[in-house]
Design a protein around this ligand. Sequence first.
Ligand code: NIG
Ligand code: FE
Length: 423
Amino acid sequence: MPTRPPRALFFRDAEQLLTLAGGPLPRRGRALGELGIVAGGGVLIQGGKIVAAGRTRDLAAPARRLKALPVDCRGRVVMPGFVDCHTHLIFAGSRVEDFQARIEGKTYEQIAAAGGGIARSARLLARASKPELKAQALAFLKQFAAHGTTTLEVKSGYGLDIRNEIKILEVVRELVASSPLELVPTLLAAHALPERFRARRAAYLNRVIRRLIPAAARAKLAEFVDCFCDRGAFTLEECRRVLEAGKRYGLAPRIHAEQLTHSGSCRLAARLGASSADHLDKMSGAEIRLLARSNVVAVLVPASNFNLSTRRYAPARRLIEAGAAVALATDFNPGTSPTLNMQFILALACTQMRMTPAEAIAAATVNAAYSLGRAERLGSLEPGKQADLAVMDVDDYRKIPYYFAWNHCVMTVKRGKIIYARE
Ligand code: NIG
Ligand code: FE
């Protein structure tokens, strides 16, 4: 049955409308802090797209012509929906045992070396059916929407063999059909060496390169390829091979870079023209300048630092001041970052990395959309763009991170449809 296009909606009288309009993408330096704020703002949407965004009084006449349903936004902030450009949405069970072990003094790497960590998630995932994985992910997606996120990147990475990695990507494809959110799939087969390949590293990588990447690309199950370049995961040379193979099959590289140790992965990202380099806790000053000269987006994921109790965060200020394109993401995953609340990420970005609230919001919307190759359609509220937005129950956008660890979102709209409304 053809679905009827959603009715035109008129979000009116917002205390602050954050358009994030204008400027070339990605936003760098001073431009990152420019939110295009309209006091008393309104947004008119129809057919899944934005018709106009500006002062409410200027939109009243066109809204009448479109017979748009008014949505009263007095005392509230209207902003683009969050684009969460780094998640590991598909996993089975949890890693609450690892959480307890860390509190009792073990480190992330010690837990992984003892068979916990990613290997634990891989064991759980191998036993889980597709319907089970889908049900858990759908429950999480509802929460993403309820916190104002409208698009998310989703990595595989707990399959660690051809069948299970494909299983994850097929679940993502099913979710695209059954969730209103937009999901962007990434193949992360080089996440950890599977236990049974412990003595045969090259054999695992050859399978990923010769069979999994071509199969995933042919079936259009992934848009991006990613790898975990670190001590205890994969070497720089191994990651280079995986990412270059992905590129040959049309998958754009992303990379878990400079997280636990300094590996040189940031340079690799620049050399390959990767879409993003993520984490970056241990990057050097020369690498900051290198990223600043490139179009690689520095995706910072401070919730993983927070949750692993690492005192050192990525050098956000130095990246911004050098002119790098900075984005923010949850890194939602069972091991290092079990939060899906982008509002909390803004708070961490402000308090732990000294990003301003405005910089954090731009990093979590327009720049994140750019890193996913979707900046012409997503990430700002401008005529012609997709109608993806969030209404926050605060009268000043800075109160989103200020009142931290709350959920301020009262309404979320995706492709012009209300997909979440509080009460
Ligand atoms: O982004 N660093 C590697 N990958 C994840 C953690 C995955 C896990 O521990 O399950 C991350 O932090
Ligand atoms: Fe990650």
